[in-house]
Every structure is written in C-alpha cells, then in structure tokens.
Design a protein around this ligand. Structure first.
Ligand SMILES: C[S@@+](CC[C@H](N)C(=O)[O-])C[C@H]1O[C@@H](n2cnc3c(N)ncnc32)[C@H](O)[C@@H]1O
Length: 307
C-alpha cells in the first residue's frame, strides 16, 4: 500500500513562517561571514528563478525547445550570404543567438569549453582578444523591455515582425502584450517551420500567424499594421542593391497614420551606405522620450511614427 503525506506536510511555507525561517538561518551564520552573505543575497541572480513570472518561464521553455533543434551558432546552411558576411567581419566574430543563449548560459558554455569569449591573437601565446558577438534575435530581456516600456498598450492592434526568424518577437508579443494579431514574415522556409512548430506546441495559433514570404510581397499587411518591428532584417541577409529595394518598398507601404516602426539599428544607420533616396522627415517622425532608447547592450532602437 502507498501512503501519501497529509495536507499539513504538503503545504508550502507561508510568508510569515518563511520570513522567520530565513531570519533564524541568518542568526546561525558566522558573524564574519554575514556581510558577505547579505551582499550576495542583495545582488545575486540565483533568485531569478523565484521571481520570474510564468511568461518568462514559457519563453525559456521555448528557447530550450529551439536550442534542441538548432546548431550552437543558430545559423542554417541555407543562409549562405549571412554566413559569408559574418566571415568577412574585420574582427573574428561568432554568432550567438541572444534569445536562445543568455549571458549565464554563455558563461556555462565557456566553462565547459564549448564556447569562448576570446580568440588567440598569437597562436600558443597568452595574448587574447575579445571575440565579436552577433545575435540575430532579441533576448528575453530586450523583448520584455520593448513590450513593457517602448510600445504602448497594443489591445486591438496588429503587429508585424519583418524577418521573424525563430519567432522570438511573436512569442514575446503573445505573452507580454495584448496585441490582437501578431504576424511574422520570414524569407527562410526552415525558420518558418520552426516557428510553426512552436506556435502549435504552445497553442499560440489564435493570435500568431507566420508567413513564409519576402516582405516585399506583403504590401497590404504592411499598410494595415499598427506596429512594425525590424530587428537588423536586411543587413546580413541581402546584398546592398536588394537592401535598398526592400527599404524603398517598406517606405512606400508603411504609411498608416499613427503606426509605429521600431528599428534596430536606427533607421538612419540602416539606410546609411545604401544607394537610396528616402527622405525621412516627410515620412516618419521620431517619438519624443522613447524615440531613441538603448536596449541593454544592443544597438539603438528608434521608435518612429509614420506621418
Ligand atoms: C536578424 S533576424 C530578425 C530576428 C527576429 N525578428 C528577432 O528580432 O528576434 C532577420 C531575419 O530576416 C529575414 N529576412 C531577411 N530579408 C527578408 C525579407 N526580404 N523578407 C522576409 N524576411 C527577411 C532573415 O532570413 C532573418 O531570419
């Protein structure tokens, strides 16, 4: 016969008893070690797992599912141009997807010898230099920041993520916003399949739709969107002539009055260096206060409102 503990044993500790237990424990700590322990309690990230809400946990589960389907560098062999462009960077650069691998995860991969933050400048010597890191997705922190602090309430609104890749912006929008519909447009069919898999598994189908398409065929979607997110969409994936053509298409179709365009890097930076004649001031206006915000250690994001 199996026995189970009664209700009193099963119940977790309530606030007052838990507080008492913590204080009791602190009283047992050697006085010399107490300041260090208190400092650790004040600054540690070891408590993160207790303070995360369910949405964070769900996003972390999604990231884990995707990690299990993708190589460490999160690039696919079908991404020829992007792979070539990363190899052509002036300094050695690795691709680490910020949605799949947060800083702690990278630290543990470095400890296990599976990744390095540095490269050897003179073989065999101790002279090393930091490797450049490129991410092709927003991190969980960046997504939270965008949905909680950059964008207004999205109830009833339509959001389009141009180049949705792993779908991080879509899942973040589903969990951290009330957007009515979230559309991802992605050129690469392999990434569309991965997004479809996640959307089905987590039952996001009521509000997320993934379109396998070149954004330059999606005029009416862009015309009707209330929010358009563009995270480094073209730079690594298209040659310069194609980038210019794509931006011209965007500027012709993102015209809905009052809609918001969030770009990383800034629109000026994205367009600089391209043979293109897009006048920003008759088209868009930067939003005061939140217009240029630093998103953690990523580039600038510019939130602009088409006139
Ligand atoms: C840097 S990733 C953006 C990732 C994602 N939006 C995020 O922030 O997490 C850019 C993606 O845009 C896609 N892309 C590039 N040009 C595109 C185009 N013309 N139409 C649709 N997708 C495109 C690429 O295949 C790539 O997956």
């Amino acid at each position: 016969m199996r026995t189970f503990p009664g209700p009193a044993l099963c119940r977790s500790m309530e606030f007052r008893s838990a507080k008492r237990a913590v204080l009791q424990l602190l009283r047992t700590v050697a006085p010399a070690d107490l300041p260090a322990l208190l400092e650790w309690m004040r600054t540690t990230r070891d408590f993160d797992e207790f303070t995360q809400d369910n949405n964070d946990i769900m996003l972390k589960n999604i990231a884990e599912d995707l990690r299990n389907c993708l190589p460490l560098e999160t690039m696919l062999s079908s991404e020829h141009l992007a792979l070539q462009k990363i190899q052509r960077q002036p300094e050695p650069t690795v691709h680490v997807d910020a949605f799949l691998y947060d800083e702690d995860f990278i630290d543990s991969l470095c400890e296990e010898g599976k990744m390095s933050r540095n490269y050897c400048t003179v073989c065999g010597s101790h002279q090393t230099a930091p490797l450049g890191f490129i991410s092709h997705s927003f991190s969980l922190m960046e997504l939270k920041f965008i949905y909680h602090h950059v964008l207004p309430d999205l109830s009833g609104k339509v959001l389009v993520d141009v180049g949705s890749r792993l779908g991080a912006v879509l899942y973040g929008g589903y969990l951290y916003s009330s957007a009515l519909q979230l559309y991802g447009v992605e050129l690469n069919g392999d990434f569309c399949q991965l997004q479809e898999m996640i959307v089905k598994k987590y039952q996001f189908t009521d509000r997320i739709k993934v379109l396998h398409a070149d954004v330059c065929t999606q005029g009416s979607l862009l015309q009707n969107a209330d929010v358009i997110i563009m995270n480094n969409v073209f730079e690594y994936f298209l040659d310069e002539a194609e980038q210019a053509r794509a931006w011209e298409y965007i500027s012709r179709h993102v015209r809905k009055q009052g809609s918001l365009l969030v770009t990383v890097p800034s629109l000026e930076d994205s367009l600089s260096g391209l043979q293109i004649n897009i006048q920003l001031s008759p088209w868009v206006e930067e939003q005061p206060r939140v217009s240029v915000v630093r998103i953690l250690d990523a580039d600038m994001a510019l939130l602009i409102r088409p006139r």
